[in-house]
Design a protein around this ligand. Sequence first.
Ligand code: NAP
Length: 258
Amino acid sequence: MFADLKNRRVLITGSSQGIGLAVAKAFAAAGAHVGLNGRRRPDDMEATLGTMGAAGGEAEFFAADLSSTEQCRSLVEAFVARFGGIDVLINNAGGLVGRTPLAEIDDGFYDAVMDLNVRSTLMVTRFALPHLQASAAQSGQSASVISVGSIAGYTGGGPGASLYGAAKAWIHNVQKNWVNFHTKDGIRFNIVSPGTFDTAFHADKDEAARARVSAGIPMGRFGRPEEAAPAFLFFASNMASGYVTGQILDVNGGQYMP
Ligand code: NAP
């Protein structure tokens, strides 16, 4: 179904674990060349990369802290030096940083949340742009930018997560501008917006808190990272979604219906 993903060059930010790692494995299984990223290279990354080549694509890990504009630039440069270009960019790096109520937000917390979620998405996309344009011009197929939004981008986020929710709403919004002004470059822009997925993101929740959250989800449970991955394959594949751009696909078990 996603046969056209074979040999596509896919850079996935924040993919050493959780949703990003599941997405990386799904692209590798489709035969894509995959770049993984995180601030730190996990001890078992060599083994992970080894299993990812089975469908013919190559996989490599690039350490970079995308809160820094310079490291956004160097990540893109390193990926292009390794794979020769970028066909698909997945802006997945993101997170809460912490839970801080309005009355306690200071400059440090503001910068940390906005740098991780907004700056990383903005700057990696900015530095990838000429490579995505070149991909489209050379292949005659659309390149893709797939960003990760959030249910919090609609609802405003839970306790202490106002900046995180606002940062994800920024991602939901900025895409409209990119569609309006960069579709001519041969790039499609789409968002996968997760609900509640079972990753380290929810490490602060005990069993009682998890049960309360699950009770508010029509499907009655957290999502598994591998259940998010096919939405990314869909948006990256021109065979599957060649006329789809500027959309948000909510993968949330019915937890929120915009
Ligand atoms: P996760 O398990 O915490 O994984 C986060 C990944 O991002 C890790 O690979 C982490 O590696 C990397 N990362 C963190 N800070 C980074 C930085 N400054 N630069 C580069 N990489 C960085 O998170 P997840 O739950 O899979 O979340 C993935 C995306 O989905 C995020 O954008 C998140 O906001 C979004 N989301 C998640 C949920 C959910 O319920 N899980 C819901 C809605 C949206 P290092 O720690 O080594 O840097």
